[in-house]
Write a protein that binds this ligand. Sequence first.
Ligand code: FES
Ligand code: FES
Length: 200
Amino acid sequence: MEIHNHQLNRRTFVGGSVALGGAVAAATTVAGSDRAGPDPREEQSAFVRARINGEHREIAVDNRTSLLDMLRERAGLPGTKKGCDQGACGACTVLVDGRRINSCLTLAVMHDGAEITTIEGLADATNGGRLHPLQRAFIEEDALQCGYCTAGQIMSGVGCIAEGHAGSPAEIREWMSGNICRCGAYTNIVNAVATVARAD
Ligand code: FES
Ligand code: FES
């Protein structure tokens, strides 16, 4: 089908961007092999067995590897972003056993047996990959500009709502203060989280 330029508006582009991380990751996961074994250059290797986005995975890592690096570089899930790698920006936020954490600050081997959810696992795979309500709200509210912080913002927003810390814009700002947006999209991010919290 021919696509006209006027059809590629900002909302269409943003929607594609929000969903893209998961699609790319899914392709990578299918093609890759978890049991490829440890990198021979890495002497202190270990296996991490975890349920990641609903799928049992067994991943070889150097035991000094952060959870963020394991997800991005060994599990084929690059949707989780590395901003500061020092616990200061929240771009790397994922859910571990239902709790939001900065994945750059924790070792992968500490999460053997854990249930881990990344941005790629939020959409409903049993419903044609339908986006999570907060993903849809980010699109509707234009809650992103460059998009680099977005995966972390959405994962943190999901955790914030589940914790019951999204009762007002002020509360959302407080409990999501660890997620930095260099583009300054905070007003729309808070609106998106508040919209989903109200509907919850
Ligand atoms: Fe983890 Fe910034 S990359 S907090
Ligand atoms: Fe650019 Fe948040 S949208 S850093």
